[in-house]
Design a protein around this ligand. Structure first.
Ligand SMILES: [Zn+2]
Length: 92
C-alpha cells in the first residue's frame, strides 16, 4: 500500500519501517520518521531563476531537491541565503 505525499513523493507502507520514496522510480529516501531531504540531491540558485520577474536578491535562494536515482524534482523551497537548513522531524 502506498500513500501519496505530493506529486513526486509517496510513503510505502509495505516495508518495515514505512519509507518515503520517489513516486517515479520508487527509490527509498528515508524512513517516515526522518527528514527525506537529507537523502536528496540539492541545488541552490538565485530565486530569479524560477521567478524571472522577481528582481535578483542576494538575501534569498531557491533550493531544489531531486531524486538521486532518476533526478525527478521532488520539492523546492526559498531560503535565506547562507542560512543552513534546520533538521525537522526525525527520531531521537
Ligand atoms: Zn526517482
Amino acid at each position: 500500500m502506498t500513500k501519496r505525499l505530493s506529486e513526486s513523493l509517496e510513503v510505502a507502507h509495505a516495508s518495515a519501517p514505512p519509507m518515503i520514496r520517489c513516486s517515479r522510480c520508487k527509490h527509498a529516501l528515508s524512513k517516515v520518521t526522518e527528514d527525506w531531504k537529507t537523502a536528496a540531491l540539492v541545488r541552490e540558485r538565485a530565486v530569479s531563476a524560477a521567478v524571472p520577474l522577481m528582481r535578483a536578491s542576494k538575501r534569498f535562494s531557491l533550493r531544489e531537491f531531486a531524486c538521486p536515482r532518476c533526478l525527478t524534482l521532488l520539492d523546492t523551497e526559498i531560503v535565506f541565503t547562507k542560512v543552513r537548513r534546520i533538521q525537522t522531524g526525525g527520531s531521537r
